[in-house]
Structure formats: structure tokens, C-alpha cells
Design a binder for this molecule. Structure first.
Ligand code: IPM
Ligand code: MG
Length: 373
């Protein structure tokens, strides 16, 4: 039982961000009051909302608030309204990437969980995912093509030439590999490392460093897949994967694929963590994987589960409140088992009923109250 007070920077952002954030806060507050700790939220503008309000996707005040906080709970940013801005000023590149870099959030954890009762929501054939699956994608988040230099577009012989640089240092590969192996030890003891060692220098280095790190984790089985093959195998046999370890761009692509295989983007949380601090805690940014969903924004029908589960990850990794995090995860699972479905996961199946964003929050709060009383 904790007896503390924590400061959380809340960056709800655009699209469905604010609606799903409201439900996440209700759930977090319920857990806090049942376990005698308090969460002080500092709401700050980010993304398109911040561009409209103060002309920048990541205002100084927002960044300052994050610096003073124990963790960042992030909604989502972007939308059609800001797509015609220069790329570097758009909500995604102007807010997300600088936040990752500024706080050194090199480890991106993206759980891809397909609950047994939701396999029908996945586009993958039932026989391949019967019983559900649980894969954790560990993506390197501050290196590779996203940030390598030189980067830019220049004129050469009368035509434009664009350059991005893929660069990884041993130390960068090492630290993300440790994150993957440590996670595997707490799960299924398997790591599949992704690379393109048949073509890229980066791939050769990646593989050799991951193998070296693996020696410190004899209980964990390691295998390697080329990224193109991995894209296939994840669809063909998702149940056989445990932890998937990938560099930045490969992890970006594969984690979207895994999100799709799991059924709905609206269910998937994520954590972006920096170096571990004293006591094994991390400064981190927690956000749903699903994006702003502009097509349904403002209607109160979006699935809040990804945001709520991101809140659970925040409790676990940044505040060290593992039991409280598990309570939220169990309440979500129980809510799904009981049949509540937002539109993205509703198929009319027997024993299920459709709910809106707030009613999903209500249902999860009821389950929480059951397990905590
Ligand atoms: C993600 C997103 C971002 C990325 C974009 C919006 C910059 O796709 O978090 O996966 O590529 O990392
Ligand atoms: Mg992505």
C-alpha cells in the first residue's frame, strides 16, 4: 500500500485523445483512492491543439511541466487539419519525436494482446489465433533512421536527393537488448531479435551485440529473424512469439502489424522508457498505440481501453505500483469477458453489448470496485 503523491503531466492532444484520457483519469483516480496515494495531474497542450493555441506542437511550458513530473500520460496527436504544415512542424514530428529525444526514451514497450474472447475481431483466421496471444514488442526508440545524421534533402545535378542515416552504436543496441531480455524473464523466456543482417551493416552489428547480451540471460531462448520474414511469421504464427526485439523503424512497422493482428488498435497501450533510475523505476511516457482516429473524434464512441492500459503501465514502470497496475489490467479483462464492447470491437456476437466511451469507463470502474473491495 502506497502513501504518496505523484505528479503526472497529462498531454491529451488531438482527436479522440481528450475523450479517452478522461476515462483513463477516472480509472487511475479510483485505483489511487482505493490504495491511498494521490495523482496530481498537470494538463498541458500538445500537438495540433498546441499549434492552434500557441503556435507550436510542443510548447516550452508543456516540456517544462513534463520535466517536473514523475511521468507523462500522453493521448495522441495529429489530424487532417495540420497535415499541410511543413513536416517538421506537424504534430507528430514536432511533438512526439522531440519528447522521445529530450527525455532519452529509448525503450518502447508495445504489448500486443489478443484476448481469447476477441479473436473474432482480428483479421487473421481463427485457427491461427484461437485462444488468443500475448506478444511484447520492444522497439528501440531514439536511434536508427529516425535520428541519424546526416539527414536532409539537397540539390545534386539538378535533382533533389534525400538522405536518412541508419546508425547504431553498440551501447544503444546493448541497452535495448537488456530491456528485452529482462522483460522475457518475467514472461515466456523467449526473445526473437529482428534485423536485416543479410543486407545491412547495422543488422550484422545488431545481431552480434544481441547474442553477446543473451549470454547474461541463460534462461532466455534467443532466435533471430530477418525483418521481411518476421512480417510473415507474425501473421502465420503469432502465438509462438513472446518478446520481439527490433530497431526503431522495423519496430515501428512490425508493431502496427501486430496491433492489427490483435484485432483493434483501440486496445493497445505502450510505454516509452528512459534509463532506469534508483529503485528500478523509469521516467516514461505512456500512450495508446492507436492514434487520433479523426473519423470518430468528438462522438464519445472511441475505445478508451488503450489509454486506460497505458495508465496501468505508468503505475507499474514509473511509480512502482505493480499490484495497482495489475488490478486495472484484470478489470479490463473482466469487462471484456462480461461482454462490453465499443464499436471497434463489437461484432454483435452473443453475450456482448455495445457501449460508448464513458460506459466502457463505467464498466471498468465497476469491475475495479469488485476486485478491490
Ligand atoms: C509511432 C508513430 C510515430 C513513429 C510517428 C507518428 C512519428 O508511428 O509511435 O509508432 O513513427 O514512431
Ligand atoms: Mg508507428
Amino acid at each position: 500500500m502506497a502513501d504518496s503523491s505523484y505528479r503526472i503531466a497529462v498531454l491529451a492532444g488531438d482527436g479522440i485523445g481528450p475523450e479517452v484520457m478522461a476515462q483513463a483519469r477516472r480509472v487511475l483516480d479510483a485505483v489511487a483512492s482505493a490504495n491511498s496515494f494521490s495523482l496530481n495531474y498537470d494538463e498541458q497542450p500538445v500537438g495540433g491543439a498546441a499549434i492552434d493555441a500557441v503556435g507550436s506542437a510542443l510548447p516550452k511550458e508543456t516540456l517544462a511541466s513534463c520535466e517536473k513530473s514523475d511521468a507523462i500520460l500522453f493521448g495522441s496527436v495529429g489530424g487532417p487539419k495540420w497535415e499541410s504544415l511543413p513536416p517538421a512542424e506537424q504534430p507528430e514530428r514536432g511533438a512526439l519525436l522531440p519528447l522521445r529525444k529530450h527525455f532519452g526514451l529509448f525503450a518502447n514497450l508495445r504489448p500486443s494482446i489478443c484476448y481469447p474472447s476477441l479473436t473474432h475481431a482480428s483479421p487473421v483466421k481463427d485457427e491461427l489465433i484461437e485462444g488468443g496471444f500475448d506478444v511484447l514488442c520492444v522497439r528501440e526508440l531514439t536511434g536508427g533512421l529516425y535520428f541519424g545524421s546526416p539527414k536532409g534533402t539537397r540539390e545534386e545535378n539538378g535533382e533533389k536527393v534525400a538522405i536518412d542515416t541508419m546508425v547504431y552504436r553498440e551501447s544503444e543496441i546493448e541497452r535495448i537488448a537488456h530491456v528485452a531480455f529482462t522483460a522475457a524473464k518475467q514472461r515466456g523466456n523467449r526473445v526473437t531479435s529482428i534485423d536485416k543482417a543479410n543486407v545491412l551493416e547495422n543488422g550484422i552489428l545488431w545481431r552480434s551485440v544481441v547474442e553477446r547480451v543473451a549470454q547474461s540471460y541463460p534462461e532466455v531462448t534467443l532466435d533471430h529473424l530477418y525483418v521481411d520474414n518476421a512480417a510473415m511469421q507474425l501473421i502465420r504464427r503469432p502465438r509462438e512469439f513472446d518478446v520481439v526485439l527490433a530497431e526503431n523503424l522495423f519496430g515501428d512497422i512490425l508493431s502496427d502489424e501486430m496491433a492489427m493482428i490483435a484485432g483493434s488498435l483501440g486496445m493497445l497501450s505502450s510505454a516509452s522508457l528512459g534509463a532506469s533510475k534508483e529503485g528500478g523505476l523509469y521516467f516514461g511516457m505512456y500512450e495508446p498505440s492507436g492514434g487520433t482516429a479523426p473519423d470518430i473524434a468528438g462522438q464519445g464512441i472511441a475505445n478508451p481501453i488503450a489509454q486506460i492500459l497505458s495508465g496501468a503501465m505508468l503505475l507499474r514502470y514509473s511509480l512502482g505500483l505493480a499490484a495497482e497496475a495489475t488490478a486495472i489490467e484484470k478489470a479490463v479483462q473482466a469487462t471484456i469477458d462480461e461482454g462490453a464492447r465499443t464499436g471497434d470491437i463489437y461484432t454483435g456476437a452473443e453475450g456482448t453489448h455495445q457501449v460508448n466511451t464513458e460506459a466502457m469507463g463505467d464498466a471498468i470502474l465497476r469491475q475495479l470496485a469488485n476486485t478491490q473491495s
